[in-house]
Design a binder for this molecule. Structure first.
Ligand SMILES: [Zn+2]
Length: 744
């Protein structure tokens, strides 16, 4: 608790002291106006994070260039070694890339890499021999000296130079040389397909290299920061310096990034669960606020996220928060980049970008249809941070309120080429609510166990789709959860609930009966299935009860020892919904019929509650089972003996006695199954014996009880007569025909 309070103090004091114009918030006590303000700030921030990516993806999707070309599906890149020599005055590079590539076809003859035309390729080597290449239309095609068989690896080197394409700011990413508030910086940000703007690679998130090494040469007064662990820092002649970094985790090309500038560096050590890992901040000397935020909140954040989601995925290496150029905010693997002179709250940027180390970096959305797996989880993590930092669920729920979105649209991005992918309201906010609702539906212990299982599953360091997650969760909780993901990810909107309840004495069983009706009235046409948590305020204390709601109109009846004085419907908002209480009207209390069996007496009574008694029942269409009769009026019952096996569907209407009357329709089904009687077992003893003969004779001649169903008609004549008794005697004593063997 002391730790949590200390973090809150830090968040508050950092924001207050350093940024005069920004309001500060106490997450334990947010007014609705403040929640609205935070919501607007966050939506701005989402645009800031995503605008460049959005443009880049669109550009490529519309050019049909996002998919790997046919050749690129034939090989797997295992390793990249990036050597880049940076010249600030000419804003150019001299560079080479080492590759280890594995053939995935019987005879790989050539390799296509993505590289923009303005970078000039000088030579290519394959297994140390010069190789023939061509380079135009953004593709570097390399002819392999000999065909490489399936599963065999080879080494390749590409030497090139020139001016990279910047594409930074709000375009599609690349490598930029900028002066950011007095700080010269060369930096890259390339999600999704902009790595080709500065280095030749197989530029698709689908192929993660197993490891990457980077050698970056720059002016000696600067530091080059990138993925992984710094191996060496060598002063060269001519006031130059060479930084060598190595990253040993699977990584997509868009998460490889460098930032080269004069930094203040602070190193701290994070100790967690027997691990010890360096945590760095690389900030511009005049980026005071960011320096403070990074240096005070990074370790608490790592603790909170690791507790919730499993340990930081790259704990074998480091986490660095690094300043970069203008409009930079990006979750590069092991080194999140932040433009320190944006007007956005550095706390939000820190906790959002670094959540992506789990959601986006470790587990990457397989295609942009499923971007919510990155952004929804990343945004949800913000609430986990506030919950952990404040140590209260109120802080968590308050942040969820700031993420609440009740508008239309689906989280699933049907067509990334034409629809908004990084929609702040859908991919981020509603996506976060889906994770929140999953927590609500599963309960805390199951939810966090499943999330930790997910981050340590075969999807760890890989990529996933919504269906991958839905199947995984279903498997872990032991029940099919597709309904949850289908309605919330592919469905539009949210449920609008109308609920009503009454509590009355239970005159039959004693105690009290709570009667609750829930209707879904949304016009989207999507029916939502959700467990609805309620808190019942009773004369005997509070009682938390969950109602599983999966119909447009649903009625529940609960017996309780105490009277309910109030019912709070989803009081903590575990569901993205609206809800309003309406007066308790008449409801049909009989929500399903019992099923019947062929030839056996059937009885079903229909009940209603609310409104004014008596109730009047009428048949409103459909088919009753053959042999059954509906008795309408105030009786409201079905009786008879079914004569045909099938399932029958019908609708009843009930009216009460108020003026004008309330009226409801309710649809039912009755399934008539096979007779459960044993033919010849007239007395129901489960065996055919002489007692059955006695039973039949008693019925036929002595006015005794009738045999059930067809059990008394072993000769299949259609009626119970003395011949049936004779048939049984023959069967039992003389090896005569089996009872009912002559029936069709
Ligand atoms: Zn994000």
């Amino acid at each position: 608790m002391m730790k949590s309070l200390a973090i809150i103090f830090l968040i508050l004091s950092l924001s207050t002291a350093a940024i005069a114009q920004r309001k500060t918030y106490d997450y334990n006590n947010l007014s609705s106006d403040q929640i609205e303000e935070i919501k607007n700030q966050l939506l701005e921030l989402r645009r800031y994070e995503s605008a460049r990516k959005e443009v880049g993806i669109k550009r490529f999707l519309l050019n049909q260039a996002t998919k790997m070309n046919a050749n690129q599906a034939n090989f797997d890149v295992n390793y990249y070694g990036v050597h880049v020599n940076i010249a600030f005055p000419t804003q150019s590079i001299i560079a080479s890339i080492d590759y280890q590539i594995t053939s995935q076809i019987p005879a790989l003859n050539s390799v296509d890499l993505d590289l923009i035309d303005q970078l000039i390729v000088d030579s290519v080597k394959v297994n140390s021999q010069n190789a023939v290449f061509s380079h135009f239309s953004g593709i570097l095609n390399i002819t392999l000296p000999s065909a490489i068989p399936n599963g065999q690896s080879f080494l390749m080197n590409v030497y090139y130079h020139g001016q990279p394409y910047s594409g930074l700011g709000y375009t599609d990413g690349g490598m930029g040389f900028q002066n950011n508030n007095g700080n010269l910086v060369c930096w890259t940000a390339t999600e999704p397909f902009g790595s080709r703007n500065w280095w030749p690679c197989k530029d698709t998130p689908e192929d993660k290299a197993d490891s990457v090494k980077l050698w970056i040469e720059c002016p000696s007064n600067m530091t080059a920061v990138t993925n992984g662990v710094l191996q060496s820092n060598t002063l060269l002649s001519g006031s130059r310096r060479l930084f060598y970094w190595k990253h040993n985790y699977p990584i997509t090309t868009y998460l490889v990034a460098i930032s080269v500038a004069t930094f203040d560096m602070v190193q701290k050590t994070w100790n967690y669960d027997g691990h010890s890992m360096p945590v760095y901040s690389y900030t511009f000397p005049n980026a005071f606020v960011y320096k403070q935020v990074f240096d005070t909140l990074t370790i608490p954040m790592l603790n909170i996220y690791s507790d919730a989601f499993g340990i930081y995925p790259f704990v074998g290496e480091k986490l660095a928060n690094v300043n970069c150029g203008i409009y930079g905010t990006m979750e590069h693997q092991t080194c999140s980049f932040h433009d320190p002179f944006s007007s956005y709250d550095p706390v939000y940027l820190l906790i959002h970008e670094n959540a992506h180390q789990w959601w986006g970096d470790m587990i990457t959305c397989k295609t942009f249809h499923h971007i919510w797996l990155n952004e929804g989880f990343g945004t949800y993590s913000e609430s986990i941070f506030y919950e952990g930092a404040y140590g209260t669920s109120q802080a968590y729920f308050n942040h969820m309120q700031a993420l609440k979105y009740l508008g239309g649209g689906t989280i699933y991005v049907e067509d990334p080429a034409t629809q908004t992918i990084f929609d702040g309201s859908l991919s981020y906010n509603k996506g976060a609510w889906v994770v929140h609702m999953l927590r609500g539906a599963l309960g805390d212990s199951t939810f966090f166990r499943v999330i930790k299982d997910w981050t340590s599953s075969s999807f760890r360091y890989g990529s996933a789709t919504t269906q991958d997650l839905a199947s995984f969760v279903s498997d872990r909780v032991g029940s099919n959860m597709n309904w949850f993901f289908n309605q919330w990810i592919y469905g539009d909107g949210h449920p609008d609930y109308e609920y009503s309840w009454q509590c009355r004495r239970d005159t039959i069983d004693g105690g009290f009966k709570l009667e609750l009706a829930i209707e879904q009235i949304q016009e989207s046409g999507v029916l939502f299935t959700m467990p609805v948590r309620t808190r019942l305020i009773t004369t005997g204390g509070n009682r938390d009860t969950t109602f599983f709601n999966n119909a447009w109109s649903q009625f529940y009846s609960v017996s309780l020892p105490d009277s309910v004085t109030n019912l709070q419907f989803d009081p903590q908002e575990w569901i993205l919904r609206t809800a309003s209480r309406v007066p308790f009207s008449m409801h049909v209390a009989t929500t399903a019929c019992v099923d019947g069996a062929l030839g056996e007496e059937y009885y079903q009574k229909f009940e209603a509650v609310g409104g004014d008694e008596p109730y009047y029942w009428t048949f409103n269409g459909g088919d009753l089972p053959f042999g059954l009769n509906f008795v309408g009026g105030t009786a409201g019952e079905i009786t008879g003996v079914p004569s045909y096996e099938a399932t029958f569907f019908f609708t009843l209407k009930v009216q009460d006695s108020s003026i004008p009357p309330q009226e409801r329709l309710y649809s039912y089904s009755i399934t008539i199954g096979p007779s459960s009687d044993i033919c010849g077992d007239a007395d129901g003893s489960s065996a055919v014996t002489v007692s059955d003969v006695v039973f039949l004779i008693n019925y036929i001649f002595g006015g005794g009880p009738a045999p059930a169903g067809s059990s008394g008609d072993p000769d299949c004549s259609g009626s119970v007569t003395v011949s049936d008794a004779v048939h049984l005697i023959n069967f039992i004593f003389s090896g005569g025909p089996v009872p009912c063997s002559a029936c069709n």
